[in-house]
Design a binder for this molecule. Structure first.
Ligand code: B12
Length: 348
């Protein structure tokens, strides 16, 4: 009996380890040389972007989350990967044979590298790509659409807190008559928030996006615009209030921190700064969960934060205290309180 044939991946584990070692060391030159070597040996550019650079970036994220890598090391590694993608791009310049696509990260979204990888995959797929980069304010995106008249807008969102801005951008693109393909992990498992926010299509990976755009664009079966009922909670009162109260919520939580969690009495300036940041993230993810009407956005974030804090020696009590300090200030916010309570139960 013959074994089922699987498509061979031309990037072997040793190459992946070598590349990880180079980005860990911030060695741009050697990493660039490795990419050039692979291209010279006939490894397809797509495989280098997806299986080597993309996979390594995800590994970098895990190493940072597990407290094995510092933020500085992650930043240096990402800078090397940006150069690696540029090296692939410089060596491969197919003539555009399809249409034109505008690719942008939504406002406040600083994960530009995943979008940059997608830009190169689309170029390799024959598209002319206007890559606008990280954090593109909606009005500038729309001006660009009017100036260039693309066949599609590809919107990237990695962090769910940017979903309200993604919604605004999608609505504006719809109004300008340009279909939107959404992508990035911020749109949730299977891209389910993309449909709710009105995107015409969603793709789970760069390669899926290339295939989708090549075979079905403009989409024959457009995701129906969500009904008014399904969208009624978007940007509801609680979300708007929470956004407005954000600075006060954080300040009050910090004022009450030491009384609620005595260990914080001994926090140094850096620990206090991280705590302010963490509480800010709690409020932002809560706001995004309320906006989209998805408990999961908040629960997943709390689970993730718990993992990150635990690997840094911060006990779960600290996170529970942070959640309670926010909860106690939200008297007239039943939906927010229900989300905070569900997260507190998860942390038991
Ligand atoms: C590098 C990095 C950063 C850099 C980004 C620099 C840059 N130039 O991109 C910086 C330092 C800015 C950063 C900041 C933050 N980050 Co960060 N970051 C990362 C990291 C390590 C790598 C990102 C990357 O390059 N991924 C590689 C690509 C291949 O990933 P990909 O998402 O799979 O992309 C593919 C598809 O999604 C798809 N795709 C992407 N966009 C689109 C668009 C369309 C239209 C389509 C069709 C497809 C598509 O195609 C891509 C290519 O195949 C990730 C870890 C990770 N797992 O990704 C964390 C990660 C995303 N970051 C995280 C966090 C928390 C943050 C911060 C909040 C940290 C902080 N304390 O401030 C901020 C938020 C900033 C903001 N508002 O945007 C978390 C998110 C966790 C969560 N719960 O959501 C992650 C997962 C880290 C982790 N392991 O926990 N980050």
């Amino acid at each position: 009996m013959t074994a089922p044939t699987r498509p061979a991946t031309p990037i072997d584990p040793l190459t992946t380890e070598r590349y990880l070692g180079l980005v860990a060391d911030g060695d741009e030159l050697a990493a660039t040389r490795l990419i050039t070597e692979l291209l010279d040996h006939g490894v397809p550019a797509e495989r280098i972007i997806v299986d080597l650079i993309g996979a390594t970036q995800r590994r970098v994220g895990e190493l940072w989350a597990a407290n094995e890598w510092s933020v500085a090391r992650e930043h240096a590694a990402t800078a090397v990967s940006e150069r690696a993608v540029a090296t692939v791009a410089a060596r491969t310049s197919p003539y555009p044979s399809r249409g034109r696509i505008t690719l942008a990260c939504v406002d406040g979204e600083w994960h530009g590298l995943p979008a940059r990888m997608l830009a190169e995959l689309l170029r390799l797929g024959g598209w002319r790509v206007d890559f606008l980069g990280a954090s593109v304010p909606g009005r500038h995106l729309i001006t660009h659409l009017h100036q260039t008249g693309p066949d599609a807008v590809a919107l990237s969102c990695t962090i769910p807190t940017r979903l309200p801005r993604a919604h605004a951008a999608i609505a504006a693109c719809r109004a300008a008559g340009v279909p939107v393909i959404a992508g990035g992990r911020g749109f949730g498992p299977g891209g389910r928030y993309a449909a709710r926010l009105g995107a015409h299509a969603w793709a789970g990976s760069g390669e899926e996006a290339v295939a989708r755009l090549a075979t079905d664009w403009p989409p024959r079966h457009v995701i129906d615009l969500p009904t008014a009922e399904a969208q009624s909670h978007l940007g509801d009162e609680e979300y708007t209030h929470l956004l407005r109260c954000r600075p006060q919520l954080i300040t009050t939580a910090m004022e009450r921190l030491s009384a609620a969690y005595p260990t914080a009495h001994h926090y140094d300036a850096a620990q206090l700064e991280s705590t302010v940041e963490d509480i800010g993230h709690i409020v932002d993810f809560l706001a995004a969960a309320l906006y989209v009407g998805e408990q999961e956005i908040f629960t997943d974030f709390i689970e993730w934060t718990n993992g990150v804090l635990t690997s840094r020696g911060v006990p779960v009590t600290a996170l529970r205290t942070g959640l309670r300090l926010i909860r106690d200030q939200l008297i007239d916010f039943p939906a927010a309180i229900a989300m905070l309570d569900a997260a507190l139960v998860e942390l038991l």
